[in-house]
Design a protein around this ligand. Structure first.
Ligand SMILES: *Cc1c(COP(=O)(O)O)cnc(C)c1O
Length: 486
């Protein structure tokens, strides 16, 4: 097979492991047999899988090479809006790998699990403190799973009041998972529009909120990266009709130590530990979407719940009559919890506040540096991310997709594109707090150069990316006829 050298020095057209196999090659050495031979029944030895025959170094090089074709936060800036792809300090991974934690067994007795239970209990308390809420469940496995748990809590609340409601209000700036979670709970989504400043007006909510509406589900900061400034007035309207306010807190990275959702009228909130609290996000690894609630809703939280007893020991309580039940096997993704616990302790209150301040500063710096080049639909201070569009490049026949693909040639992961849906051709940039000014300046410079290319050399954008393992994909065919092997 012909090999070409890519710009980054990687060998392209790598054969599959099976194609590299050479009969008789082996990557292990087995000691000489020193026990009596025993013949196994043939149904146990027949039909062994045909594994490739390779040496250890062949295998190591193969997988190392594949990993280098990937792009991750450890390789460069990854400004994927709404995803908080920040750098996750490795020390948190070290704590999560400590044998006493990594090998703790979910079926071990309570008396030998006191340490793990204490970590979970303390983490719940820290998250209460950060969010200004009264109780937390750590069970949900992801943000959307947390939304489902939170909506089940709201459902249980109305059921207990004696009358279930049929609708839920969801603004156009909410995350796409919100209506899906509400629908799973049987609620009909009532979509409302944000105002000319990209946020919700209390009057818009007042018009649709009634006594058949379970509440509102909003994302704050919203998916335009803007803070819902009218949140208190909105929550007053919803509460006055007996509804509850669900806050999607996946964007907590913008407001830690600055705003406590529990203090501005939010009743139920989920967090994404795999965005804000030190677990890498994406790649299909485990995450966690804890749900925080106000005191009045604590009784509905999933079981088992962790209880601290008077003698400072911890136990799991399974018999809670109003609980929505279990959301996951055992107690959730414990190693993700350990990373969050370790992160919160290493950062401290001041450190977490600084995280949010820097995340917001960096996004505003990018917004101000690029707003004369790319169209900025909402020219107001943003939170942790800013949203441009391709309107200024339309006259050159260049789209957001072309510019995002070209960014890869400059060594950056593309930002989120075509989301949020409220703006046409969105380019949503979330730099996070962990990028240095130098890196952010490089990123700004790259986007400025790309805007110049759009005008003077659009061809180079149409065919981008040029240096990646695979070039521009036919996205329709890729979705309809996925080729998962190579
Ligand atoms: C990422 C995100 C979610 C969904 O979280 P998952 O863990 O991917 O399920 C929900 N809401 C917002 C605002 C998000 O950014």
């Amino acid at each position: 097979m012909e090999n070409k050298l890519g710009i980054s020095g990687l060998v392209f057209n790598e054969p599959f492991l099976w194609e590299k196999s050479k009969h008789g090659r082996c990557g292990i050495s087995i000691p000489e047999q020193d026990v009596e031979q025993c013949l196994l029944p043939s149904d146990l030895t027949d039909g062994a899988p045909e594994l490739p025959q390779l040496t250890e170094v062949d295998v190591v090089r193969h997988f190392t090479r594949l990993s280098q074709w990937n792009f991750g936060v450890d390789s460069g800036m990854y400004p994927l809006g709404s995803c908080t792809m920040k750098y996750n300090p490795k020390t948190n991974e070290v704590q999560a790998s400590l044998p006493g934690l990594a090998y703790s067994h979910p079926l071990a007795d309570e008396d030998v699990s006191q340490g793990t239970l204490k970590i979970m209990y303390d983490l719940e308390k820290y998250l209460c403190e950060i969010t200004g809420m009264d109780a937390v469940t750590l069970q949900p496995a992801a943000g959307a799973h947390g939304e489902l748990a939170g909506m089940l809590v709201i459902h249980a609340f109305h059921a207990q009041k004696g009358k279930q409601r049929s609708k839920i209000i969801i603004p156009d700036t909410a995350h796409g998972t919100n209506p899906a979670s509400a629908t799973l709970c049987g609620y009909k989504s009532i979509n409302i529009k944000s105002n000319e400043n990209g946020i919700l007006a209390p009057e818009t909510v007042a018009k649709v909120m009634d006594e058949d509406t379970a509440g509102i589900m909003l994302t704050n900061p919203n998916t335009l990266g803007l803070f819902e400034e009218n949140i208190k007035a909105i929550s007053d309207i919803v509460h006055s009709k007996g509804g509850l306010v669900y806050g999607d807190g996946a964007n907590m990275n913008a407001i830690m130590g600055i705003v406590k959702p529990g203090h501005i009228g939010i009743d139920v909130l989920h967090l994404n530990l795999h965005k804000t609290f030190a677990t890498p996000h994406g790649g299909g690894g485990p995450g966690a979407g804890p749900v925080a609630v106000i005191k009045e809703l604590e009784l509905f939280l999933p079981c088992p719940k962790i209880k601290k007893k008077d003698n400072n020991t911890y136990s799991l309580i399974d018999n809670s009559p109003n609980s929505i039940g279990r959301m996951i096997t055992f107690y959730g993704h414990f190693n993700v919890m350990v990373k969050a616990y370790s992160y919160i302790l290493t950062m401290g209150a001041k450190g977490l506040k600084k995280v949010s301040q820097l995340a917001v500063l960096n996004a505003n710096y990018i917004k101000e540096s690029l707003k004369h080049i790319f169209y900025l639909p909402y020219d107001i201070p943003c939170m942790h991310e800013c949203v441009f569009t391709d309107k200024n490049q339309e006259k050159y026949n260049i789209t957001t997709l072309d510019m995002a693909k070209r960014l890869m040639d400059y060594g950056f992961h593309p930002p989120t594109i075509y989301f949020p849906l409220v703006v046409h051709g969105a380019l949503m940039i979330e730099p996070t707090e962990t990028e240095s000014k130098e890196t952010i300046d490089e990123f700004i410079k790259a986007l400025k150069e790309i805007a110049g290319e759009a005008q003077n050399n659009p061809e180079i954008l149409y065919s981008a990316p040029h240096i990646s393992k695979v070039s521009r994909l036919d996205e329709v065919t890729a979705a309809r006829k996925p080729c998962l092997r190579g």
